[in-house]
Each structure stands twice: as structure tokens, then as C-alpha cells.
Ligand binder design. Structure first.
Ligand code: AP5
Ligand code: MG
Ligand code: ZN
Length: 215
């Protein structure tokens, strides 16, 4: 079969980015992530949409969803160019899920399940490399030298939306908007539920097995 199309669902901090790297390495697919795409375009002028903020960054720093019109377009373009992908951070509401159904076919839909208390800890302790985007955690996966990227020597920084206050808002936006998306795929019998607790390697073992079963 050609490269698989994988949808990776889960709340903020569930490990979608971390596990996407494993999927990319193992299957040679494209990592399509709306979060990273939007972070690279935080200052884009979207004032013509006449919405609450004039840029994606306004929504992101408040922990709210960027308007569908912006993200749908990003995903459509990225998927068109990909031969197999892992999609991370999208869809986040039912309208996006419906849009996605219309533009692609999914081989695997996996949901990373992690309890709420652990999510807050994972997010507030996350650090990312300013240069190459590599992902760390001050406690759970620290770099060899504090504040310095193992991969490239770049500086490790905290994401603007990883403060405790914004994290809580992101989690409540998730409960309200994204939980129904999980139920949507579950009802269709497509959802592989993965226990997202334990070390990243343990989670990968479970996820890898689930992908193999579905492809
Ligand atoms: P986005 O960037 O997608 O953020 P998110 O969904 O909140 O998810 P995160 O990236 O925070 O978490 P993750 O699951 O990738 O976890 P990670 O692997 O890093 O979106 C950001 C914003 O963009 C949104 O709030 C919204 O404004 C906007 N946006 C994006 N998509 C949108 C859309 N479709 N529609 C509208 N708006 C959109 O892991 C987290 C930490 O935990 C790391 O430090 C990691 O090292 C650690 N960790 C990972 N796995 C483990 C483990 N097993 N044990 C211990 N620690 C672990
Ligand atoms: Mg992520
Ligand atoms: Zn780096």
C-alpha cells in the first residue's frame, strides 16, 4: 500500500507532536500540523474576515481557535502536496471534521488519551528549540544541558500559550469544541483509543501497534 494517512487526535499536551515525529520516521509521511503552520504565520493579516482578532496570533495567545476559513485552507493545501501524512491539531470542531471528510480519506484515526492533571504539567513544563523546533520537557525529557537544544545547540524557549492561564483556557476550548470530534469518529467505529500515559516510548509502542493493525 502507499503511505498511510494518519489522523492523530488528542487534547493539548497529549503528545501529538512527540508521537508525530515517530510516525514520520517510521512511515516516511509528511507531518501536517496546523499549530506549527499557524505559529509561522502568527502575524498574518486576517482583518478582512472581520473576526475578534486581526491575526492568528491573537487567537492563539488567548487559547482560542483560529477561524475555520484560515485553517481549512492551510490543511487543504498541505494535504494536496503530501504522499501520506500524519495530521496533528486538526480537526478541532465538527465543521472542520466535515470539511476534512470532503477532501481526503483516512486510514487510521488514533486518539491519545491522557488525564487532565497530567496535561497541565506536560504543557507548563514544555520547552521548544527556537532554531529547529525540537521538543523537550524540563522534567520528563530534559536536554543534556538546561536551556540548550541537544540537536542543534539552539536556545530552548517556552511557547507563548504554555502559561498556566492559557493552558486552562485551551483545555476548556478543547472540551467544548474538540471532544465532539472524538465522539464523531468513535461513532463511525474508526477510532483507535491509545493510552497516552507512560513514557513517550511506551506510548509509541501502543500507537505503532494500532497503526499496523489498521494498515
Ligand atoms: P497546537 O500547536 O496544535 O497545540 P495543542 O493542540 O494545544 O497541542 P500541543 O502542541 O500543545 O500538544 P501536543 O499534543 O502536540 O503535545 P507535545 O507532543 O508537544 O495549537 C496551538 C493553537 O493554534 C491552538 O490553541 C489554536 O489557537 C491554534 N490552532 C491550531 N490548530 C487549529 C485548528 N485546527 N483550528 C483552529 N485553531 C487552531 O507534548 C507536550 C509536552 O509533554 C512536551 O513537553 C513533551 O516533551 C511532553 N511529553 C510528550 N509525551 C510525553 C509522555 N508520554 N510522558 C511525559 N511527557 C510527555
Ligand atoms: Mg503539538
Ligand atoms: Zn534545536
Amino acid at each position: 500500500m502507499s503511505q498511510p494517512n494518519v489522523l492523530l487526535l488528542g487534547p493539548p499536551g497529549a503528545g501529538k507532536g512527540t508521537q508525530s515525529s515517530n510516525i514520520v520516521q517510521t512511515y516516511g509521511v509528511e507531518h501536517v500540523t496546523t499549530g506549527d503552520a499557524l505559529r509561522s504565520n502568527k502575524g498574518m493579516d486576517i482583518s478582512d474576515l472581520d473576526v475578534e482578532y486581526d491575526t492568528p496570533g491573537g487567537f492563539m495567545d488567548a487559547g482560542e481557535l483560529v477561524p475555520n476559513a484560515v485553517v481549512n485552507e492551510i490543511v487543504k493545501t498541505a494535504l494536496r502536496e503530501a504522499d501520506g501524512y500524519v495530521l496533528d491539531g486538526y480537526p478541532r470542531n465538527l465543521d472542520q471534521a466535515e470539511y476534512l471528510d470532503g477532501i481526503t480519506g483516512l486510514d487510521v484515526v488514533a486518539f491519545l488519551d491522557v488525564p487532565r492533571e497530567e496535561l497541565v504539567e506536560r504543557l507548563t513544563g514544555r520547552r521548544i528549540c527556537d532554531e529547529c523546533g525540537a521538543n523537550y520537557h524540563v522534567e520528563f525529557s530534559p536536554p543534556e544541558e538546561a536551556g540548550v537544544c541537544d540537536e542543534c545547540g539552539g536556545e530552548l524557549v517556552q511557547r507563548d500559550d504554555d502559561t498556566e492561564e492559557t493552558v486552562r483556557e485551551r483545555l476548556s476550548v478543547y472540551d467544548e469544541n474538540t471532544r465532539p470530534v472524538i465522539e464523531h469518529y468513535d461513532e463511525q467505529g474508526e477510532l483507535s483509543r491509545i493510552d497516552g500515559e507512560g513514557s513517550p516510548d511506551e506510548v509509541w509502542e501502543r500507537l505503532h501497534t494500532a497503526i499496523e493493525e489498521r494498515t
